[in-house]
Design a protein around this ligand. Structure first.
Ligand SMILES: [Zn+2]
Length: 69
């Protein structure tokens, strides 16, 4: 499998167009799906984040129960 097709030549430098698998190494690329990246070798999957991720942190502080006795 030729890995060169996964690189896009831009001038003197190249940019990675695909993510690499952290398990298999930098020579294994993940397949780009609409909502995730998957490795064809080990099945490693990275889900892409969708929607507004920040600004919506609803965290309720647990209330301590005090016994009134
Ligand atoms: Zn892999």
């Amino acid at each position: 499998m030729d890995a060169s097709k996964y690189y896009k030549i831009e001038g003197k430098d190249f940019t990675r167009t695909h993510r690499t698998c952290p398990k298999c190494g930098p020579s294994f690329f993940l397949a780009n799906h609409y909502d995730r990246w998957t490795c064809g070798k080990c099945g490693y999957t990275i889900f892409k984040r969708k929607g507004p991720a920040k600004g919506k942190t609803v965290r309720r502080a647990p209330r301590k129960r005090t016994k009134s006795m």
